[in-house]
Each structure stands twice: as structure tokens, then as C-alpha cells.
Design a protein around this ligand. Structure first.
Ligand code: COA
Length: 257
């Protein structure tokens, strides 16, 4: 992926510069990950949309520090959007990225056309073992991610580039991401969301199980749901075509009104 940079935030773009008349999909990765998570979406959806995937502060090629609140990351994302002047915006986030998208839908709705929530939840409590393992032996945490991040049906080799990116992340940054998730809770606020929302859940997701998406579907007014089989938490890598189809169908409906 060809990468660009603005004020220390690095990002991959399907087309650069962006076309101001098009819808802009802004992809936000999960904890300890990078823009690589969205490589397939950035390439495949670029024929019809501006596609941008950023590395959050402190991740991948972006300068640090990492943060430990969703509000902080949301402000950083909005700062990036303003800096490069993205309009017709549809943020699309996975896990912590989905928390950032929910916060953006709540606090910056006037800036958005819609939002896409992938493998996420309105509350994201984190198992204490995740913090303990990151603290004790970060590479052990990465090894354990092999077991939890994907469906058992997903070929292990598909995950390797993603896991390598996580292995290179500063452990303190990854821990900060999980602290941000652990504190996040907008369960009582979902009814305030007033933009179209697509929720994508994967049947074999162990980290943000489909019941989290059931709750969002029930409580976000008018939300559209797509369930994807034979995939786990990192569904954009495991079933890229199904994810792309869901996003395309959702955006076509919004444009048609
Ligand atoms: N949407 C809907 N329901 C949710 C929810 C969400 N986002 N988050 C929690 N709940 C539900 C739980 O299912 C549980 O319901 P139950 O009592 O009917 O079983 C209840 O709310 C309380 O759950 P939780 O707030 O998570 O606290 P807990 O002390 O029961 O569990 C963990 C804590 C960490 C064990 C648990 O959250 C978990 O297994 N998390 C998933 C694994 C993980 O670490 N994921 C990383 C996410 S970034």
C-alpha cells in the first residue's frame, strides 16, 4: 500500500489526491494494529469511493504517543479529517476503531454521512489476562492473538502480516488501546445516533461476540446489520469480499436515499 503522511499521521489511500465529489470511506484499525488491516478494502473499493486507512497515533508509521481514551483517539481522527479536508465522510472502524466511529457518530454527527461498525460493541470490557500477558511477555500476547483473532476456519497464513504489524507495535501503545476499550461504554447513548449505520459482525468472533452487535442493531435507530459466516474478529482480512459487498450495498442505499 502506498502511504502518505499529514502532521505525523500516516495513511494509505486508494486514490490520491481524493476526489471531493465522492464519498470518502475512512478506515480505522483495531488495538495494536495498523492500516494494513484494511488493505483489501482500500484497494477494492477505490473504484467507486475515496478510500483512506490511517495508522492511529503511535501505530504503524504514525508518530506517537498512543492514547488511552476513545475521546482522545476520536479527537485525533477528527483533527486528521480537518487537516486533509475530507468531506462526504463515512468512517468505518473495527473493534477500538468501531468505538471511535461510535464516538464520532455521537459527538461529530454533522461531519458524517454515515458510519460502519465492524467487530465492535457499545461496551468493550477487556479480559484481565490480555493486560497481564501484554505486561509480562508481549510476544506471547501476539502468539495468543493467533488463537483468538480469527475463525478456526481461517488459514493461519492470512493473519501473519497483521500479527507481524502487531508484534512491531510498542507494547505500551497496545496496552493503552485496550485500556481505552475497557473504559468505553456508550450502551445508554446509542439511541442518540442520528446517521445511517451499518453493523458488520462475524459469526466466530470471540473478542467482540455477535451479541454485542445484536445490542447495537436493536438500539441504534435504523441500523442495518450484516452477519458474516466463517470469519472471526478480523473479518476484513478473513472474508474481504463479503465485507466489501456489505459496505457497497449500504452506501448505494444511502445515495439512493
Ligand atoms: N453489548 C451487549 N452486551 C454486552 C456488551 C456489549 N458491548 N458488553 C457486555 N455486555 C453484557 C455481557 O454479555 C454480560 O451479559 P450477561 O451478564 O448476560 O452475560 C454483561 O453485559 C456484563 O458484561 P461485561 O461488562 O463484559 O463484564 P463481565 O465482568 O461480565 O465480563 C469480560 C468481563 C472481560 C470477561 C468480558 O467482557 C469478555 O469476555 N470480553 C470479551 C473478550 C475481550 O477481552 N475482548 C476485547 C475487546 S476489545
Amino acid at each position: 500500500m502506498e502511504k502518505h503522511s499529514s502532521d505525523g499521521i500516516c495513511f494509505a489511500a486508494g486514490n490520491w489526491p481524493v476526489d471531493p465529489t465522492r464519498t470518502t470511506l475512512l478506515f480505522i484499525h483495531g488495538s495494536g494494529e495498523t492500516a494494513l488491516l484494511w488493505e483489501n478494502q482500500v484497494a477494492a473499493l477505490a473504484a467507486d469511493y475515496n478510500t483512506i486507512a490511517l495508522d492511529l497515533p503511535g501505530h504503524g508509521d504514525s508518530v506517537g504517543p498512543g492514547l488511552d481514551t476513545i475521546a482522545g483517539y476520536t479527537a485525533a481522527v477528527i483533527g486528521f479529517v480537518d487537516k486533509i479536508g475530507l468531506a462526504n465522510l463515512v468512517p468505518c472502524g473495527l473493534s477500538i476503531g468501531g468505538a471511535i466511529v461510535q464516538q464520532t457518530l455521537l459527538d461529530y454527527a454533522d461531519r458524517l454521512l454515515a458510519g460502519v461498525l465492524v467487530s465492535t460493541g457499545a461496551r468493550l470490557r477487556v479480559m484481565p489476562q490480555i493486560f497481564e500477558t501484554i505486561e509480562k511477555d508481549y510476544q506471547q500476547f501476539v502468539a495468543l492473538s493467533r488463537l483468538f483473532a480469527a475463525s478456526p476456519k481461517t488459514p493461519a497464513a492470512l493473519l501473519e502480516p497483521l500479527l507481524q504489524a502487531t508484534a512491531q507495535c510498542n507494547p505500551q501503545v497496545t496496552a493503552g488501546d485496550f485500556r481505552a476499550c475497557d473504559r468505553f461504554d456508550v450502551m445508554a447513548r446509542l439511541g442518540e445516533i442520528a446517521r445511517p449505520v451499518l453493523i458488520i459482525s462475524a459469526d466466530d468472533d470471540q473478542l467482540t461476540p455477535p451479541k454485542y452487535s445484536d445490542f447495537m442493531e436493536k438500539n441504534i435507530p435504523g441500523a442495518v446489520r450484516c452477519r458474516i459466516a466463517e470469519a472471526g474478529h478480523v473479518v476484513p482480512v478473513e472474508q474481504p469480499e463479503a465485507v466489501n459487498r456489505a459496505i457497497r450495498g449500504f452506501l448505494e442505499n444511502i445515495v439512493r436515499g
